[in-house]
Design a protein around this ligand. Sequence first.
Ligand code: FAD
Length: 341
Amino acid sequence: MAAPKVAVVGAGVIGLSTALCITETCPDCSVTVLSDQFSPNTTSDVAAGMLIPHTYPGTPIHVQKQWFKETFTYLSAISNSTEASEAGIHLVSGWQIFKNMPKEELPFWWDIVLGFRPMSAAELQKFPQHRFGQAFMTLKCDCPPYLLWLEKRLKSAGVQIYIRKVSDLWELHSEYNIVVNCAGIGAHQLVGDKKLFPIRGQVLKVHAPWVKNFIRDGDGLTYIYPGIHRVTLGGTREKENWSLSPDPGTTKDIFDRCCSLEPSLQAAQDIEVKVGLRPSRQCVRLQREVLSQGGVKLLVVHNYGHGAGGFSVHRGAAKEAAHLVGECIAALQGTSSRAKL
Ligand code: FAD
């Protein structure tokens, strides 16, 4: 058969990294990215991009750990290369702190991040409201530069990129053999997934170059994540809230919470407010599906629903999606050789 034509719907971190993995694992494919929005207008642009996994209750822990490990290894190599500053990837050290002892003293990812250890009493003195803490070094993506870097890699691999809103995956069946759905929260409408819901997050991006260490309250609500140029201050987690408008009361609340952990932030300047909708599900939807109408079939691979942790697992999930695309190609080749007999 001719080179299989694959369309990837979505240009957030999941769509772009999935398209890149497909070009790496299936070099004979013709790959196209279709998306109604690109950087800087995706949820992925709003994210802090810290590699600290979120737990998906419906996805086995060993699978989540594998995705995180592959992502960490991939980004470590970039951070250790001449590409690091263009790709916006860097190592950052800091603390995750708890007011009460966490249920699990060791998170499942403790041996993937670097130098994980309990904080000393002297370190905890900085946080008088907190009784326990974990110190470690992890990676951070500065999200818009990383998305642009991925786009650049795709273009040099010959991937076509088009602005296009897809109303129904079936509309692509006459142009493509395989469609990969990486629409994030857009999958709610695109494939009518009622198990997918938004968790609204509001963050502030500020100029505070003296802040070098990350601080994350273990409840996941308040965090300070220094990037290469800006520091991300968070945040909120508002289930089923679809509003993309920043709320001024929330901005003040986030700022006050972060200043109570890091008082020097009172001098932060150039405050920008961003809102994004985390595409949340009990489990990431990473699976094959066959759509068919009137005897005509369209092979689909879904890769969406990464909620609060898309950056932390994107490369591992993208590799798995590319593997599923490989299975679809094998199925297509089997069908075409049987048809010739
Ligand atoms: P998106 O970035 O939303 O991309 C979806 C793409 O699909 C877009 O390009 C969109 O235009 C396109 N699309 C949708 N529907 C259609 C359609 N019908 N036709 C064509 N195109 C379509 N994760 C971490 O790991 N670490 C963090 O520190 C972190 N911080 C976060 C902070 C906040 C405030 C938020 C909101 C999220 C954070 N996340 C973090 C989570 C992370 O942002 C998401 O998991 C990730 O961005 C999801 O990526 P995505 O590509 O699936 O979605």
